[in-house]
Design a protein around this ligand. Structure first.
Ligand code: SAH
Length: 403
């Protein structure tokens, strides 16, 4: 029998349930939904996904070790997954960024947000003239050189650096890796401009690719409520919320983070923005313990930010994670002065927005405080939520006025 080049691709047959989810363009096929593979398929290989009746559904990347067995590249079964395909997707992502609102000027932008930009497992952030990438899936990893080749063609790029030194790579059977991919090494720290604020980004040692870009506009939004405030910025990382607040006329800011290294960058960021050093306190501590210490000392604040790391990374962590959210929100509510503002976030995708609101409402009840929601916040626009991929809707924030 004659086989065309297209037919030569490995074929993965999926269950009727997966077929339904793919009809809604959901980009993942879970291991339990795979009925049959027509051969042994190496990690990252491009596969044709088909229904039990042989109908072609999509092209995807196979990942034999991951629970997410196939990530879809394209639902166009006539498409070719090749260098021009990646060029089109990268160019489209870059073009879309021009329409996504952000603070101005802004030299730190998420260019590619994985599944939501049609490139599962790929994250690319731009800091000034440098790109920092994460290849988080076998498929993205397989196409790394092709992707880098296309990224170099973007305007004014001096260097492309990889920060794939993250645990999710273990699930894909990929080693953790970091280093220069192309061009010049980025400087030890890059100075980026975000509206009126400048921040140092350490792309070598910083979390993720260096900055929590998803909070960029939220920092700006909260600054509007910071005038004259005595602010407590919990889980401050390199200080963004606190520095925005000082620039907007806050009286004092207490920055807390468990990482002394990031806290020292927060200190340098304050200096970079000409913030009065006398008005800043830095505490390297566990927020859970520090909030209790403040409670015991009878401390109070006008504005409290809670931006913890992901407490619920898997369903098995749901109860414990929710108790964590409740605990810090309760402690924070108690130490807000009347009329104070609580800005509270959760970046756990598994905790829905309504569940999070319920937790914060419970915290208010237990704290004996009346609170009103005055603004909802979410991840920055350059971290778009693909409607066919609700998992990409992860960051939620509530700004509450507490009586
Ligand atoms: N608000 C920051 C991002 C916070 S990311 C910004 O806008 O840039 C979460 C931070 O919490 C990280 O910096 C991490 O070091 C810190 N962290 C994690 N667990 C902590 C804990 N128990 N106590 C204090 N800090 C913690």
């Amino acid at each position: 029998m004659k086989t065309s080049a297209v037919h030569a691709a490995p074929v993965v047959t999926v269950s009727p349930k997966a077929e339904k989810s793919m009809a809604r363009f959901h980009p993942w096929v879970f291991s339990g939904a795979v009925r049959r593979c027509d051969r042994d398929i190496p990690p990252g290989d491009t596969v044709l996904v088909q229904a039990a009746d042989g109908r072609r559904l999509a092209w995807g990347a196979y990942s034999p070790q991951s629970q997410i067995r196939v990530r879809i590249w394209s639902f166009d079964t006539g498409a070719q997954i090749d260098a021009p395909f990646f060029k089109r997707r990268i160019d489209a992502a870059a073009a879309a960024r021009r329409r996504m609102p952000r603070v101005s000027p802004c030299t730190a932008v998420r260019l590619i947000h994985g599944e939501s930009d049609g490139l599962p497992g790929l994250i690319v952030d731009r800091y000034g003239d440098y790109l920092v990438c994460q290849f988080l899936s076998a498929g993205a990893d397989r196409w790394r050189d092709t992707i880098v080749d296309q990224l170099r063609g973007l305007p004014d790029i001096k260097g492309i650096y990889e920060r794939s030194d993250v645990q999710v790579r273990d699930k894909e059977g990929l080693p953790q890796r970091a280093g220069l991919l192309w061009g010049q090494d980025p400087p030890g720290r890059i100075d980026v401009q975000l509206g009126q604020v400048r921040l140092w980004v350490d792309v070598f040692k910083g979390h993720k690719t260096g900055l929590y870009l998803d909070q960029r506009e939220n920092q700006a939004a909260l600054a509007g409520m910071a005038a004259q405030a005595d602010m407590l910025n919990c889980f401050c990382y390199t200080g963004g919320f606190g520095i925005w607040a000082m620039r907007a006329g806050a009286r004092r800011v207490t920055q807390i983070d468990a990482s002394p290294e990031m806290l020292s960058l927060a200190r340098e960021n304050a200096e970079l923005n000409g913030v009065d050093a006398e008005a800043m306190d830095y505490i390297a501590a566990n927020v859970f313990e520090q909030l209790r210490a403040f409670r015991d000392q009878g401390r109070s604040f006008d504005l409290i930010v809670l931006d913890p790391p992901k407490f619920v990374a898997a369903m098995g962590q749901m109860n414990r994670g929710c108790r964590g959210y409740k605990d810090i929100n309760l402690l924070a509510m108690r130490m807000l002065r009347p009329g104070g503002v609580l800005a509270t976030f959760s970046c756990s995708g598994l905790v829905s927005s309504s569940l999070f609101q319920k937790i914060v409402a419970d915290a208010a009840v237990d704290a004996g405080r009346r609170a009103r929601l005055i603004q909802r916040l979410h991840q920055a626009a350059d971290h778009p939520v693909a409607l066919n991929f609700p998992e990409s809707d992860y960051l939620k924030g509530l700004i509450c006025l507490v009586e």
